[in-house]
Design a protein around this ligand. Structure first.
Ligand SMILES: *Cc1c(COP(=O)(O)O)cnc(C)c1O
Length: 345
């Protein structure tokens, strides 16, 4: 059996989730009468400290609906330059919302407040309107780093000054919650909308939540339908999603411990570059430029040895810990990686 550290999206639903799927009470969710979906949305809204929530089929769809809900065509949105929305969503913001982007560099995933202030457009006949600021928490490309509460508070105060909404791509927000010890609303109180993936570390088979005010979610529901994202007897997948939300959050702490162990072991390899202190949650990104082979080649070699990981751009390899890789497998993976990298030298 391979040790699959490519992503936390590979997590399989638990036996309890599968049973809940079988037993799920269902209705037609487009008519608003799937009781399981309704329960999921109410529970999610409460956990995220928002008035309302919407169950969507993916994190990408949740982010894209949020952008369409909060902007007008011709607006500009401010994004961190390594963010998922900017890099990995097929420019959906340009296609569906008709907005252009202004990207800013981040430090551990956080844009500088001075840069954001400067990036906000003054009203002028030549300028697009700054319609939205997006943040990502935890930040995937930065290695699962957490955007702190002080940073979010100050960012929100700048945004409010200019009456610009903030969307949080919180695909892994609950990793930030568990690692920091702060409750989800401590983070989400500073943003207008938040998207949370249930299909990553939380191990649901399908879906994400988009949460916000009643008014915003009502419009988001309309946009979801327009995009073809309205689903029918969807209680069968909302049931495991509800288990993800109510029973799988605390478990993320194990993933964080395993990531620390993995990171500490990887940092012992001379040719591997990694600052272990940047590993705050379940993502470990190493720089392999000094190993003598490319990240693509290293990922290939590890795969033949039974350790699956992801090429993450030139010289970078990403490992993500999750429910279906236990402590012993992390140790085994480390031994294999040590052997493979030493074999190259
Ligand atoms: C995975 C991910 C998404 C998108 O989720 P999908 O369900 O794969 O569409 C969005 N943002 C971040 C930061 C992610 O890691």
């Amino acid at each position: 059996m391979p040790i699959d550290l490519r992503s936390d999206t590979v997590t399989k639903p638990t036996a309890e989730m599968r049973k809940a799927m079988y037993d799920a009470e269902v209705g037609d969710d487009v008519f608003g009468d799937d009781p399981t979906v309704n329960r999921l949305e109410e529970t999610a809204a409460e956990m995220l400290g928002k008035e309302a929530a919407l169950y969507v089929s993916s994190g990408t769809l949740g982010n894209q609906i949020a952008i369409q809900t909060l902007t007008r065509p011709g607006d500009e949105i401010i994004l961190e330059q390594q963010s998922h929305i900017y890099l990995y969503e097929g420019a959906g913001h340009a296609v569906y919302a008709g907005v252009q982007t202004q990207t800013l560099p981040g430090v551990r995933g956080a844009m500088s407040l001075a840069d954001v202030r400067e990036a906000i457009r003054e009203p002028n006949i030549h300028h697009p309107r700054t319609g939205l600021i997006c943040v990502e928490n935890t930040h995937n490309k930065a290695g699962g780093t957490i955007l702190g509460l002080d940073h979010l508070r100050e960012l929100a105060s700048i945004a409010h000054e200019h009456q610009i909404p903030i969307h949080m791509d919180g695909a892994r927000l609950f990793n930030a919650v568990v690692a920091s010890g702060h409750k989800a609303p401590a983070f989400t109180q500073h943003v207008d909308t938040v998207q949370v993936c249930l299909s990553k570390g939380l191990s649901a088979p399908v879906g994400s939540i988009l949460a916000g005010s009643q008014e915003v979610i009502e419009r988001a529901r309309y946009i979801r339908k327009r995009m073809g994202g309205g689903m029918r007897q969807v209680g069968v997948i909302a049931a495991p999603a509800l288990i993800a939300l109510t029973q799988m959050v605390e478990r993320l702490a194990e993933d964080h411990q395993n990531a620390k162990i993995l990171a500490t072991g990887l940092a012992e390899i001379d040719s591997v570059q990694l600052d272990v202190s940047t590993v705050e949650t379940n993502i470990v990104i190493i720089d392999v430029t000094k190993t003598g082979i490319s990240s693509v080649e290293l990922v290939d070699r590890l795969r033949t040895e039974g350790v699956w990981c992801a090429d993450f751009g030139p010289g970078l390899v990403r490992f993500v810990t999750h429910k279906d890789v236990d402590r012993a497998q992390v140790q085994e993976a480390l031994a294999i990686i040590h052997r493979v990298v030493r074999g190259v030298a």
